[in-house]
Design a protein around this ligand. Structure first.
Ligand code: ATP
Ligand code: MG
Length: 400
C-alpha cells in the first residue's frame, strides 16, 4: 500500500525540492538558459527558437501589473480582473494574465490506493536534471490555459529575470494514484525532459509538493491545433504541407531517440508563438529500443491496423498516424471515422477509405504511401519531407 504521503516521501528522498524550499533565484536564469530549447538541427530554426523565447521574456517583464505573493496564490483571490492576453505575434503585449485561485481548490488527499511505486522517478536518468532546484515560489502564476485530466495548466513566469514564460501543468498525486497512472506520468516526464526539437514541446523540469506534481512546460502561444482545425473546418494545402513537414521532422527526431509517440492526433498538437507545430502529450509514448509493444492504446481514428488487430507494433504506428493527420488537415475529418467504433476499426483493418475529389493527386499519393497495411511499407519520414506535395508548398527547408 502506498498513500500519497508515502509517494511524497519517496520523491523527497530523491532530493527533489518541496514547494516550501527556498527559491534559488540566481539559478533560475542559469538553468533556463542552460536547458532552453536548442535546435538539434543546428539550422536557422535554432536561432529562431531561442530568439522567440527571449522576445517573450523581455516583453513580459514589463507587462505584468503586480507580482503575486504566495499568499495571493494560496489565498485564492478571485477579485482581480483578468488582464487580456495578446494575440500570438505581438511581442510587446505578451502577458501571463491573472491567476484565478484554482490551483489549490481540490482537496483530494483522502485517496489511499494500492501500491504506486512508479511515481518515484528514475534517479539514474534524472539525477542531472534541474528539477530539484524549482518550487512554486519561483513563479508568478497567471491565467489558466486549460484543464487536463489531473489538474489545470497555468501560464506562469519566472520571478527572476529574464522572466521566462512557461506553461505549468498541475497533476494531483491522489488522482494519479487512483487511476494507477503514475507509471504513465513518470514515463511522460522521463521522455519529454530529454527531448530537444523545435517541434516537440519542451519539458524544462518538474517539482512537487505534498499533493501535486508540477510540470514546467514550454508555453505554446497559439494554443491547440485542434481548436484551430475546428474553427476553420479544414486547413489549406499550404498550411497542411507545412505542418506535415514539421511533423515528419519531429517524428524523425523522436524515432532517432527510440521514442515512439503512439498517440499522434490533432488534440495532442499545440502551436507555438509563431504558429509552429509542437508535439505534446507524451503519456502514451514508449522509449524502448528494439522493444515492440502490443498494448492497445490511443483513440480509434488514429489507430493503425497492427494495433487494431492487436499485433506487435513499432515506430511505423507514427507514420500511419501522420497519414491520418494529413487527411484530417485537408478534409476536416479523419479517413476511418465512423459513429461505431467497431465499424471504424474494421475499416482500419481493411485500409478502407476514400479521398474527396478536392484532394490534389500528389497529396493523395503521400497519404496513400503512409496508410499502408504493412508497417514497413510506409514511406520513411525523411522522404515525407521531400515528397513533391510537401516541397511544392514548403520549398525552402530553412524557412519552415
Ligand atoms: P487531456 O487528456 O484532456 O488531453 P491532459 O492531462 O493531457 O488532458 P493537456 O492536454 O496537457 O492535459 O492540457 C490541457 C490543456 O491545457 C490543453 O488542451 C491546452 O489547451 C492547455 N495547455 C497544455 N499545455 C500547454 C502549453 N504548453 N502551452 C499552452 N497551453 C497548454
Ligand atoms: Mg492532452
Amino acid at each position: 500500500m502506498a498513500s500519497v504521503h508515502t509517494l511524497t516521501h519517496k520523491l523527497s528522498s530523491l532530493n527533489i525540492s518541496k514547494s516550501n524550499a527556498e527559491p534559488p533565484k540566481d539559478q533560475v536564469q542559469k538553468l533556463l538558459t542552460k536547458f532552453s530549447a536548442p535546435n538539434p538541427l543546428k539550422s536557422k530554426a535554432s536561432s529562431t527558437t531561442s530568439k522567440s523565447a527571449a522576445l517573450v521574456s523581455s516583453a513580459s517583464s514589463s507587462s505584468l501589473k503586480s507580482t503575486q505573493s504566495l499568499k495571493t496564490i494560496y489565498g485564492a483571490s478571485k477579485t482581480e480582473k483578468s488582464i487580456p492576453t495578446s494575440s500570438s505575434n505581438d511581442k510587446k503585449e505578451v502577458d501571463i494574465g491573472t491567476y484565478d485561485g484554482g490551483l489549490d481548490s481540490d482537496e483530494n488527499e483522502q485517496v489511499s490506493p494500492e501500491d504506486a511505486p512508479d511515481l518515484v522517478l528514475d534517479s539514474s536518468t534524472l539525477s542531472t536534471a534541474p528539477t530539484r532546484n524549482w518550487s512554486l515560489h519561483d513563479f508568478d502564476i497567471g491565467r489558466p490555459l486549460g484543464k487536463g485530466k489531473y489538474g489545470r495548466v497555468y501560464m506562469v513566469r519566472t520571478k527572476t529575470a529574464p522572466k521566462y514564460i512557461l506553461a505549468m501543468k498541475t497533476l494531483y498525486k491522489a488522482e494519479l494514484v487512483k487511476d494507477h497512472n503514475e507509471r504513465q506520468v513518470r514515463r511522460e516526464i522521463e521522455i519529454q525532459m530529454h527531448l530537444r526539437h523545435p517541434n516537440v514541446l519542451r519539458l524544462y523540469g518538474y517539482f512537487h509538493d505534498s499533493r501535486r506534481v508540477f510540470l514546467m512546460l514550454e508555453f505554446a502561444g497559439q494554443g491547440e491545433l485542434y481548436r484551430q482545425l475546428l474553427k476553420q473546418g479544414r486547413f489549406s494545402p499550404r498550411r497542411s504541407a507545412k505542418y506535415t513537414y514539421q511533423m515528419a521532422d519531429a517524428l524523425s527526431y523522436l524515432h532517432s531517440k527510440s521514442v515512439i509517440h503512439r498517440d499522434i492526433k490533432p488534440e495532442n498538437l499545440l502551436l507555438g508563438l509563431k504558429g509552429e507545430l509542437k508535439i505534446a502529450d507524451f503519456g502514451w509514448s514508449v522509449h524502448a529500443p528494439g522493444n515492440r509493444r502490443n498494448t492497445l492504446c490511443g483513440t480509434p481514428d488514429y489507430l493503425p491496423p497492427e494495433m487494431v488487430l492487436r499485433k506487435e507494433h513499432g515506430k511505423y504506428v507514427d507514420h500511419w498516424a501522420l497519414g491520418v493527420l494529413i487527411y484530417e488537415f485537408l478534409k476536416g475529418s479523419a479517413p476511418f471515422g465512423d459513429k461505431s467504433q467497431q465499424v471504424s476499426m474494421r475499416k482500419i483493418a481493411r485500409v478502407e477509405y476514400q479521398f474527396p475529389s478536392t484532394f490534389e493527386e500528389d497529396a493523395k499519393d503521400l497519404i496513400g504511401r503512409l496508410l499502408r497495411f504493412e508497417p514497413r511499407e510506409r514511406i520513411p519520414l525523411d522522404e515525407v519531407m521531400v515528397h513533391p506535395w510537401v516541397t511544392k508548398y514548403v520549398p525552402q527547408v530553412a524557412s519552415v
